[in-house]
Design a protein. Structure first.
Length: 375
């Protein structure tokens, strides 16, 4: 039996929390001891097995106000732990763990694992050379979803500070690459049925923040509402942009055509009562909602972010366009609205492709990370 500890900023609704939920329940059902750790004390949004322990670090959600207090809290939490696998999500903890490890304050029996929650291109686009150095030094294993570092050729806009850091510190990705295991996120639920494709509903699910691009989707709906007024866009989620999005819908006089629905624990019925799924994110590392829609047999319309390029095969199980191209986004949605047979064909392909993401087809990749090679 292995003790596995997942760290995340919050266990509220969100992709990383959902992934932790899936793997926690899976591991505890396979006789491992599992603990989840949140920065802040919030109710668990997802349903966890009762055997999963829930602990609170008691630090700020994202931007730490007192770095000294934060490092002491992390140290106090870790100092008596031994022979555990500690799994940290994204960059929030890196500098603190790096400092503690440099000082010899992390027990050597602890295995530290870093999850990027995106492709390997994150180490090119999101992190500077210093952060890459700290990640490489601190963590024994690194998990990314897909290997897209070499193929990611989009121009990267760097701040002056980042350019200086990258000029001083050598690139560490060649070392990081040796530690990476590629593990895709699993499907969150299974569905034995598919939609009828008769419902005049386009569904978009996700956290209501700028990155998710719901403002772009709403803007694109102006031309769709004119041409297909009987169709409705349903946006499901909660977040800081809720009021701004509601005001945008009013300003565009789209109240009759767009419905805002609060975040839901059970979204399966919403997918099954829709005919098209849209992912309008400006950035997306993977897109849990996309594989949920695929499991329900929906065709996908999306921008060409990292996650969508991996999950959506253009003109096979969906239609892609450049990020921010509102006009083409609307055209793609209208193409599927106008053609039920196209919706059915692409939806069937989604259902076929999603099998790759069933948890039993993925779990073998965890064994070397957990030290279970000989099982």
């Amino acid at each position: 039996m292995i003790k596995i500890v997942f760290f995340n900023a919050t266990m509220e609704m969100g992709g990383p929390a959902r992934v932790i939920n899936l793997w926690s329940n899976y591991f505890v059902n396979n006789e491992h001891e599992v603990e989840i750790v949140s920065n802040i004390n919030v109710p668990l949004f997802y349903d966890f097995d009762k055997r999963v322990k829930y602990s609170i670090l008691g630090i700020d959600k994202f931007k730490q106000k007192s770095k000294i207090k934060t490092i002491f809290k992390i140290y106090n939490f870790l100092r008596n732990r031994k022979n555990e696998v500690l799994i940290f999500n994204k960059g929030l903890y890196v500098s603190y763990l790096f400092t503690l490890k440099k000082m010899g304050l992390i027990d050597k029996s602890l295995k530290l694992v870093y999850i990027a929650h995106g492709g390997s291109s994150d180490f090119k686009t999101m992190y500077n050379s210093l952060l890459n150095y700290m990640i490489n030094y601190t963590f024994d294993n690194i998990i990314a979803l897909i290997d897209d570092y070499d193929s990611y050729n989009k121009r990267i806009l760097m701040s002056k500070k980042r350019k200086i850091v990258n000029a001083i510190i050598p690139e560490y990705f060649s070392e990081i690459r040796k530690k990476i295991t590629y593990i895709v996120n699993p499907v969150t639920f299974r569905s034995d049925i598919i939609p009828t494709y008769n419902e005049k509903v386009v569904l978009a699910v996700g956290r209501l923040d700028y990155i998710k691009g719901f403002d772009l989707l709403i803007e694109s709906w102006k031309s769709i509402a004119k041409e297909y007024p009987q169709w409705k866009l349903k946006i499901v989620g909660s977040g800081d942009e809720k009021l701004a999005l509601e005001n945008q819908i009013k300003d565009l006089s789209l109240e009759k055509y767009i419905e805002m629905i609060p975040q839901q624990k059970d979204v399966k019925s919403l997918y099954l009562n829709s005919s098209i799924s849209v992912m309008s994110s400006r950035e997306e590392g993977f897109g849990m909602v996309t594989i949920e829609a695929m499991e329900c047999g929906l065709p996908i319309v999306a921008f060409k972010n990292v996650g969508s390029l991996f999950l959506v095969k253009d003109n096979k199980n969906g239609l892609l366009c450049d990020i921010g191209d509102i006009e083409q986004l609307a055209i793609n949605i209208k193409s599927l609205i106008a053609d039920k047979s196209l919706r059915e064909r692409m939806g069937k392909k989604s259902k076929e492709l999603v099998k790759e993401f069933y948890i039993e087809n993925i779990e073998q990749k965890w064994k070397p990370i957990l030290g279970l090679n000989n099982e």
